[in-house]
Design a protein around this ligand. Structure first.
Ligand SMILES: NC(=O)c1ccc[n+]([C@@H]2O[C@H](COP(=O)([O-])OP(=O)(O)OC[C@H]3O[C@@H](n4cnc5c(N)ncnc54)[C@H](OP(=O)(O)O)[C@@H]3O)[C@@H](O)[C@H]2O)c1
Length: 276
């Protein structure tokens, strides 16, 4: 299927799934805009692909605000925003903004970037993609009264909650902005042997960073990027359904929390207040 070249902004593009998606989408003729945290890694990929790049550490919301201003000024049209940056963290850490780091990096920063870019995204009839995870269902316990994971913190539960927030954000973005032309979806990329879990103290680290176990249980970043590429190149409403969560290119219900529209609304309202 021929797809006209699109302007595709990918966050977390310096490594893993984001970098693999950037390579594939560039090879398919799209204009890919890289967003990374590490200046060295992001610059190196930008040089390899001949792509523009921007930098922001999501652990500081002012960097996200600067990033949004840079993107809005540089790209009058953004066809796809892939909110892919994220990961599992170590001990409970509070960011300079006062929020728990897993929550901020996996959800709040992407929420802020997307909402700041809404004028451009609406004008572009854009697709907004969230890289979520099956961890939302496996570990997410989601207590809207405890978004900062203060009660009994553990890295995997905080991560599951962050990935659940990605699905709830997808539903609510669809409810609020589908009529204005925004199409949105979340997906689980598989168990991908990327740089994921390199910062955590959680035992999950051993699955991803012990060579023998990694070879047995994980797939490649390019395999993990396949659904991102499929969503980015697709025709929303035709090749995929708006507002849904995907695994292996099929709509999956995820958990009861993930289907709770009231929760999705509350998360949006709370997030809006946090970034105000
Ligand atoms: N790997 C898996 O099995 C798996 C499964 C389900 C979902 N996912 C999700 O897939 C997405 C991509 O993960 P991956 O597997 O490709 O892992 P990765 O190789 O560790 O890549 C993560 C990307 O996110 C960026 N990032 C991390 N912390 C950041 C911060 N504070 N500010 C800005 N950017 C930050 C990283 O930047 P640096 O290069 O600077 O670290 C990197 O570009 C994540 O959202 C993850 O939760 C992964």
């Amino acid at each position: 299927m021929h797809v006209d070249p699109r302007t595709i902004v990918i966050t977390g593009a310096s490594d893993g799934i984001g970098a693999a998606a950037a390579r594939e989408l560039t090879a398919r003729g799209h204009r890919v805009v890289l967003v990374g945290r590490s200046p060295e890694k992001t610059r190196a990929l930008a040089a390899e692909l001949g792509a523009p790049f921007h930098l922001a550490d999501y652990a500081e919301l002012d960097q996200v605000r600067r990033l949004a201003a840079e993107l809005a000024a540089a790209y009058p049209r953004i066809d796809v925003l892939a909110n892919n940056a994220g990961g599992i963290m170590g001990d409970r850490t509070i960011t300079v903004d006062g929020y728990e780091k897993t929550f901020q990096v996996n959800h709040l920063a992407g929420f802020l970037l997307t909402t700041l870019l809404l004028p451009t995204l609406v004008a572009s009839d854009a697709t907004v993609i969230q890289t979520s995870s099956r961890a939302a269902r496996a570990f997410g316990r989601f207590d809207i009264e405890d978004l900062q994971n203060e009660k009994a913190y553990s890295p995997h539960v905080a991560y599951g909650n962050g990935k659940l927030a990605n699905i709830l954000f997808t539903r609510e973005l669809d409810r609020r902005y589908a009529d204005e032309g925004i199409s949105t979806a979340a997906f689980h990329p598989g168990i991908v042997g990327s740089n994921f879990a390199s910062d955590t103290t959680h035992p999950m680290r051993f699955v991803y960073h012990t060579p023998l176990i990694k070879n047995l249980f994980t797939t490649s970043s390019s395999k993990g990027a396949e659904q991102l590429v499929w969503l980015a190149e697709g025709q929303p409403g035709t090749t995929w359904e708006r507002g849904e969560y995907y695994e292996k290119q099929k709509v999956v219900a995820s958990s009861a929390h993930a289907r709770d529209d009231g929760l999705a609304r509350r998360l949006w309202d709370e997030s809006e207040q946090m970034v105000a």
